[in-house]
Every structure is written in C-alpha cells, then in structure tokens.
Design a protein around this ligand. Structure first.
Ligand SMILES: [Zn+2]
Length: 284
C-alpha cells in the first residue's frame, strides 16, 4: 500500500507534465492548503486544465503532517533519491515520490518557513529554461542560486533534495518557500504560484502572472553548528550583514564573523549540533 496519496488531472490536449509537491516537511502546510484549494476548483470546473498532465501530492510526508512536525526520522528533502533498501520512513516516502519527479518535466515543491514575517523566495539550483519560466511566474522577489555548488564544496552534508533528484533524471524542479507556515498570505502565495505556473506553461487559459523584479542571490557557504552556542541576534532570512559583523558565538567563547558584506540566509536559531546553522550569500 502506498504511503502517499497523489491526484492526477489529464487535459484533453498534449502538454507539459507538471508535478506539485507540498508538505515534504510535514509542518509546512501552506502548500497543502493551496493544493486543496486548486483541486476543489479543478473538480468543480472553476478551473479547467487545457493542456498537459498535472500530478498533485498535497502531503508528501503524511506522518509528519499528522504530527505537525518537520519529519519523522530524517529530513525527506535530504534523502530524495531511490533507496534500494530503505531504512527509514522518509526513505520509503522518497521511493514513492522520486518516480513522480522522474516522469514529470517540471516539479514545483512548495515549502514554508518558521518565523512570522519571513520573506518568500525561490531556490533555483539548476537554472534552465523551464525553471526560468516557472520562477518568472512566481510572486517572489528573491531567488537563491548556488545551493549545489556549496554542497559540492562543503562535503559535510549530502544534498539529496527534490531539485537534485529532478536534475539527476534530466528534469527540472524549483523550490518555493512561501513565507511563514501559519500566515494566511503564505497559502495565498502558494496558490498564486500554482495558478501562475499552470498559466505560464500553457496548461490553463489563466492570465499570465505579473512578473515582479527578481533579486538573485548567490549562496556562498554554510556554517555547521559544531558545539553549543548561539546566534548574536535573532537574525531573519535575508537580513543584510556587514563584513566583520559578529554573527554567532560558541559557549566556549569562539566567535564567528561575516567574511564579507552580504546576506545571512536561512538562519536556524535552534539548529541541532552538526546541522546547518546559517548560510552566507551575496547579491548577483
Ligand atoms: Zn521545507
């Protein structure tokens, strides 16, 4: 029996195969709400699919979703590859999701973040014409690039993300972080992202979304929290930082400084030891 539930919508005309994923992290429910809203509209005929094939998985990690936690045994977005001999719940989920990514030309993976006021943004790990089209359809100002490069350089953590999975199969995925999980605006942004994506790929007759100006940011490095310590203030994602600014301090007194002017990205005030504490980025 499968662990996930997928919903499929086939249009009368040939077109692109699109996959929408939500709640890869179980407590990131903005995308789930958006998926459910769109599916209700498709089922009622309010929205008609003209071209292509749409697959929606509104809850990619059902057990974590039920418990309102990020994951059950491990981060699903770090094990998104086919596991010959799956050892964890998330690896079993990955074995069901990867074939869907493989068969889809484009995947839109909807996430949300942990703090009220978080700014929405997209990841573009492997730029190509498909995710360029997709990103143009998203109502976000910030696009983060260079994730695979830093994980290639810094070997501490293996990056089996949704985007990596698609790339390995010669396909395209984009991750959209819709803002704070519980903010209604995040679900609204996720919904507009789906509708905009369908229009941008000609799958519906919907209006082409207004393309806002994008600020591209290159991710330069990440910092692993090696011992107990804390960030020097309650940094938020995309806060600007100055060269030499003290960013974090370990309990033994060692401090970590900003190597350059730029941005602090994805700071995790409650990072577990051995995991990503924050990332550093610069404007492109
Ligand atoms: Zn997430």
């Amino acid at each position: 029996m499968s662990l996930i539930t997928k919903y499929e919508f086939e249009a009368p005309e040939e077109g692109i195969k699109l996959l929408i994923l939500a709640a890869v992290h179980g407590n990131e429910t903005a995308g789930t709400k958006a998926c459910n809203r769109l599916m209700a509209e498709l089922n009622s005929g309010m929205v008609t699919l003209k071209k292509g094939f749409l697959t929606i998985v509104p809850v990619c990690n059902p057990e974590a979703y039920r418990k309102d936690v990020r994951c059950v045994e491990e981060n699903l977005n770090r094990v998104m590859t086919f596991h010959e001999n799956p050892q964890t719940y998330e690896q079993r989920l990955a074995n069901e999701i990867c074939p869907l990514i493989k068969r889809s030309r484009v995947t839109l993976d909807l996430h949300s973040t942990h703090c009220p006021g978080d700014v929405p943004f997209a990841f573009c790990d492997y730029p190509d014409k498909y995710n360029q089209t997709l990103i143009n359809a998203l109502d976000v100002e910030y696009v983060l690039e260079g994730w695979p490069e830093i994980y290639g350089r810094q070997q501490q953590i293996t990056d089996y993300s949704t985007e990596h999975c698609a790339h390995v199969y010669g396909k395209t995925a984009t991750t959209l972080e819709c803002g704070y999980h519980k903010a209604p605006e995040a679900a609204e942004l996720a919904y507009r992202a789906i509708v905009g994506t369908l229009a941008a790929f000609g799958m519906t007759d919907g209006e082409l979304p207004f393309s806002c100006r994008k600020q591209r940011i290159r991710m330069d490095s990440f910092v692993i929290k090696e011992r107990e310590g804390k960030l020097c203030r309650a940094y938020k994602h995309l806060d600007k930082i100055s060269k030499g600014e003290r960013l974090a301090v370990y309990d033994d007194g060692e401090a970590l400084y900003a190597p350059d002017d730029g941005y602090i990205l994805l700071p995790n005030l409650e990072a577990d030891l051995g995991t990503e504490w924050y990332y550093l980025g610069s404007a492109i």
